[in-house]
Design a protein around this ligand. Structure first.
Ligand code: SF4
Length: 376
């Protein structure tokens, strides 16, 4: 699509280049910092070299939108422990290699992959539905490690509300909500007396569920424009131009312009209703960052009999710094550093041997930069 639309892409980037110096001058900033929330936006930005199309006045920074990157080490450690105690653990493939911090501190088993290599019954599945099918067949006590954002939550929720989950399958929730983390990141840039974030590109996939209007709080509360964008390079370029236009006109508006093809203002009502029945909103820990209020989902009272933490007496401990030594994943996920600012990038930490969590999944900024970035 990018190649087919190269003339359009060039036109948009010319407009961005014309507008950016005027916006910078008008706002009296050294640059216009625009945060994308979503790991897939970072993928598009890096894969298609969109940063190279930006004028010096515009900086595109990654945000915390990679669920694998922000799953706390304590959750992985708890699930590894269950696996070593004899529970069958179901997990998604990209969680399998996720390293714990305990491994670096005391040499304990450092990932679900290592637990499997030590004899634990850890199985990779494509979906919660697949885990349900398999758990039903043999009745073995099992735990599903449920990570993800609002995009994944409905696929769990609907199976609980439709009563498809067998009693021998517990659910370990590490589910996270996107808007509180995006707000946390934007606030941090403001408070840290850095160049503030001047605009936000909201996640397209998540917006299909929670509704594009969920990002309206950025203009209303923080006075900065927000757009919902799709995942084609043209989508992101258009989003940047819309934000610059807003800033130049002295407006802070919310725009769902070109991703109306998928994300409606209200979102997916069926999915939202199912999430509401199956889950409660709780405070939760984001890896390397700590506790963010009302940013997680736990099973509701109605489905507590499936909740692994409740049923197995797993107590949530206060957050302890949980990144491997030297890893700057917290700074990368909050847009305070680029992967190349980490001294371990493509040295001790590579996609084949990830040292930190942002190098594991293809939604992690470090993994994306390692594969597609020009960093040499
Ligand atoms: Fe962490 Fe590796 Fe990224 Fe460095 S390169 S921030 S160690 S994930």
């Amino acid at each position: 699509l990018f190649r087919e639309n190269s003339a359009l892409a060039n036109k948009i980037s010319e407009e961005i280049s014309k507008l950016a110096p005027r916006v910078v001058k008008k706002l009296g900033l050294d640059k216009i910092k625009i945060m994308n929330f979503c790991g897939s936006h970072e993928w598009t930005t890096t894969h298609y070299g969109l940063r190279a199309l930006m004028p010096l006045e515009v900086e595109l920074i990654p945000g915390p939108g990679c669920p694998v990157c922000v799953t706390p080490s304590s959750d992985i450690e708890n699930v590894i422990k269950l696996a070593m105690e004899g529970y069958r653990v179901y997990t998604f493939g990209d969680v399998f290699k996720l390293p714990t911090v305990k491994h670096y501190k005391s040499g304990e088993i450092g990932s679900l992959a290592a637990a499997k290599a030590s004899g634990a019954d850890v199985r990779i599945v494509y979906s919660f539905a697949d885990a349900i099918e398999e758990a039903k067949k043999d009745g073995k006590p099992s735990v599903f490690f449920g990570i993800g954002f609002e995009t994944t939550a409905p696929s769990y929720a609907v199976l609980f509300t439709k009563e498809k989950v067998p009693e021998n399958l517990l659910f370990y929730s590490s589910l996270k909500l996107t808007a509180p983390a995006a707000e946390y990141a934007v606030q941090l840039h403001k408070e840290a007396k850095r160049t503030p974030v001047s605009g936000v590109i909201g996640p397209g996939h998540v917006s299909t569920i929670i509704g594009a209007i969920s990002w309206d709080f950025f203009p209303k509360k923080y006075g900065i424009p927000a757009v919902v964008a799709g995942f084609e390079p043209i989508d992101i370029l258009t989003g940047v131009l819309v934000i610059l236009n807003n800033l130049y006109r002295g407006k802070a508006e919310f725009t769902n312009l070109e991703y109306r093809r998928v994300a409606t203002y209200k979102g997916n009502i069926f999915a939202l209703e199912n999430i509401k029945v199956a889950f409660n909103v709780v405070d939760t820990i984001w890896r390397g960052i700590g506790n963010i209020p009302k940013s997680g989902l736990t099973l509701s009272e109605k489905f507590k009999k499936y909740d692994a933490k409740t049923q197995l007496g797993i107590k949530e401990k206060p957050w302890d710094y949980d990144l491997p030594p030297g890893c700057k994943c917290n700074e990368v996920t909050l847009g305070l550093a680029y992967p190349t600012d980490c001294p371990l990038f493509m040295k001790a930490c590579t996609p084949a041997r990830p040292w930190g969590p942002c190098m594991v999944s293809m939604e992690g900024a470090c993994a994306v930069w390692a594969r597609f970035g020009s960093y040499e």
